[in-house]
Design a protein around this ligand. Structure first.
Ligand code: WTA
Length: 633
């Protein structure tokens, strides 16, 4: 029996049992059977969660792009690797076979080299969802440069922070972008960011919108001109298994976003294994994940996971509702998509537009449909299962994180039982536990607790870039000997996991993570603001909305104007995706005598539940609670 592909529920149970009793053998077999290594490892896994130090396949050498491209050339050279669907359905799509993608990646890699990029250098990629984005990611990996993709909806300020934290030498970008009805001058954002980024020496600009852009002599180059000057072969750089592959910034409960680091060997193995099994991908399937490559979902399940498996992966530039709410389903029918992977927020947004859009397409090619990024409520799950999956496709509700690199808890295509709003069982190799306040493991079912993991899996984060202590404190210090996810979860009577949501000060807006402190800092950057406190509240489409309580320095003259100004500040500091949904002006915040904001109260008010605010006697100024309650939006 192949170790790589799970083919039944029974097989899953066997594989799971083996992965727990002998993880080294389990992962060693998978790595050996299905991947191309330049040199074999000495040890499968060395680890401790106290430093933490986690090393997979130590001593091995590989290049992930050989596994994504070169090794498929012989058998799949003419198979489609990438289908690119533009924002506007009237524009032509672009397709690359494995051979064509291989050549494009080699060319791009040669351009990077020509501009002095070497193994270990950091390259920031701030691009829309165009083929050059996938090609850039792989080109970095080809030569051992560390990519840091920044979602092209972040502001100049956020981009600059990320570039500076990683000391990137180069930025890859585009002239502009189309997203739905919007047009965004991407290069202009880069120009603004680079005013404060001394490490960047070169900017390569892909042509997308053909807008006139400012090109700085000696720094900025058009990508198409550069590609013409290089050849189509570029040897894959031998990488040590634990060399960095990429950095991806994500928000936590404190401070500024941190650079989650993934390394070559373990990430490759887990991206390949999890993709194959969750989606049950078969050779002639067309697979589509609607995420943006700016997020981890796009890294692992648009680029690396599918390509490692020789799959055909669809990349979509647009949004679910443009030109109308049938766009996703039209694309599914157009390409005969077999596996479709999207976010609950998209499902809810489409659900709100009614069934007609989805019912006008056949969708009969679909076999597995998935969701990721936030809890999916039962109503949205049913809608997805009935109207999209036609009650014949398993819904894989995949729970995972930027830090986990790949899917941790999920059904495996049709081989797992499913239950609405439940992610289900852990993948082989994943050992989740529920802990109580004191850090004791909670045994048995029908229990709820803090979701932790007690053994490393190959794609666990290795560090946070430039600050290992932050990694230790954030993930490995709450409960000694465990990786702490920041989520709360429940095990049902059959041991299936339901993810309840974050238990820390992270809010999840349309599947995007923000720290409350991060948004507060952005709001406080407005000169008129003295202090603020941000909480999440239930939002019909976004899952969670952003509710901000703001204290101004001077009495407010016109609330609406001030709200608009504060929103504008947040857009400048972080980006449009972090816009507060509601801003309530207050004269004070509920603080304890030690100065800590009691967020519990703010959350309750934001949720519209003011009946049970609990004990407020420890507050410095209990009267402030009445004011907040009376002014609730
Ligand atoms: C949440 C996205 C419930 C969770 C891959 C996690 C989910 C955070 C699910 C990570 C799911 C992700 N059900 N909640 N299926 N998937 N989450 O880093 O709170 O952007 O901690 O990674 O999203 O978000 P991130």
């Amino acid at each position: 029996m192949s170790h790589y592909q799970i083919t039944s529920l029974e097989h899953y149970h066997e594989a799971y049992a083996e992965s727990v009793s002998n993880p080294d053998k389990f992962w060693g077999d998978i790595a050996e059977e299905n991947f191309k290594w330049m040199k074999k490892w000495d040890n499968v896994c060395d680890w401790n969660f106290s430093e933490p130090k986690v090393e997979w396949f130590k001593g091995a050498q590989l290049n992930i792009t050989e596994n994504c491209l070169d090794r498929h050339l012989e058998e799949r050279g003419n198979k489609l690797a990438l289908i690119w669907e533009p924002n506007d359905p009237k524009e032509r799509f672009i397709r690359y076979t494995y051979r064509e993608l291989y050549e494009k990646v080699c060319q791009m890699a040669n351009v990077l080299k020509k501009h002095g990029i070497k193994k270990g250098d950091r390259v920031a990629i701030y691009m829309p969802m165009i083929p050059e984005l996938t090609i850039s990611v792989l080109a970095c990996a080809r030569i051992g440069a560390i990519h840091s993709v920044v979602f092209a909806g972040f502001s100049a300020h956020s981009l600059a922070d990320r570039i500076n934290d990683a000391e990137a030498k180069m930025v890859l970008t585009s002239d502009g972008l189309y997203r739905g009805a919007k047009e965004i001058p991407v290069k202009r954002v880069v120009d603004e960011a680079l005013q404060t980024c001394p490490s960047v020496k070169t900017v390569l600009v892909a042509e997308r919108t053909r807008w006139a852009v400012n090109m700085v002599e000696g720094r900025d180059f058009w990508l198409h001109d550069e590609l013409d000057t290089v050849n189509k072969e570029c040897p894959a750089e031998p990488m040590n298994s634990e060399d960095m592959l990429f950095i991806l910034y994500t928000s936590g409960s404190t401070g500024k976003p941190k650079g989650v680091v993934h390394t070559c060997g373990g990430y490759m193995v887990y991206a390949g294994y999890s993709f194959k099994n969750v989606f049950q991908y078969e050779e002639s399937d067309i697979y589509w994940c609607t995420a943006d490559i700016g997020w981890i979902t796009g890294h692992t399940y648009i680029v690396y996971g599918p390509l490692i498996n020789g799959a055909t992966t669809v990349m979509f530039e647009g949004v679910p509702t443009f030109p109308d709410a049938g766009r996703f389903w039209q694309v599914c029918d157009k390409y005969g998509v077999n596996q479709f992977y999207t976010a609950p927020t998209a499902i809810r947004a489409l659900m709100a537009k009614g069934e007609d859009h989805v019912l006008s397409y056949s969708l009969d090619s679909l076999r597995v449909i998935g969701t990721v990024g936030e809890p999916i409520n039962e109503e949205a799950w049913q809608w997805y299962y009935i109207h999209v999956g036609k009650e014949k496709c398993p819904v894989v509700d995949t729970w995972w994180q930027t830090e986990t690199g790949g899917i941790m808890i999920s059904g495996l295509g049709k081989h797992s039982p499913m239950k609405p709003a439940h992610a289900g069982y852990p993948l082989p190799g994943i050992q989740p536990v529920l802990l109580d306040q004191e850090g004791n493991e909670i045994e048995g079912n029908e229990e709820e607790g803090y979701l932790c993991v007690k053994h490393p899996w190959p794609s666990i984060l290795r560090t946070t870039y430039g600050d290992h202590e932050r990694c230790r404190v954030t993930y490995f210090s709450h409960y000694k000997g465990y990786y702490f996810t920041g989520d709360g979860a429940r095990r049902d009577e059959n041991g299936m996991y339901r993810i309840i949501g974050r238990v820390d000060d992270v809010i999840n807006v349309s599947g995007h993570r923000f720290g409350t402190a991060e948004i507060e800092n952005a709001i406080n950057a407005n000169d008129l603001v003295a202090e603020s406190a941000v909480v999440g509240y239930p939002h019909d489409i976004k899952g969670q909305g952003i509710y901000a309580y703001v204290i101004t320095k001077n009495p407010v003259q016109n609330e609406d104007i001030l709200r608009a100004e504060i929103v504008e500040t947040v857009v400048e500091e972080i980006g449009k995706i972090a816009k507060p949904d509601k801003i309530q002006f207050v004269s004070g915040l509920p603080k304890t005598r030690s100065g800590k904001i009691m967020r519990r109260i703010l959350r309750k008010v934001a949720e519209g539940d003011t009946s049970s605010l609990g004990d407020t006697s420890t507050l410095l100024d209990p009267d402030v609670v009445d004011e907040i309650k009376n002014g609730a939006l």
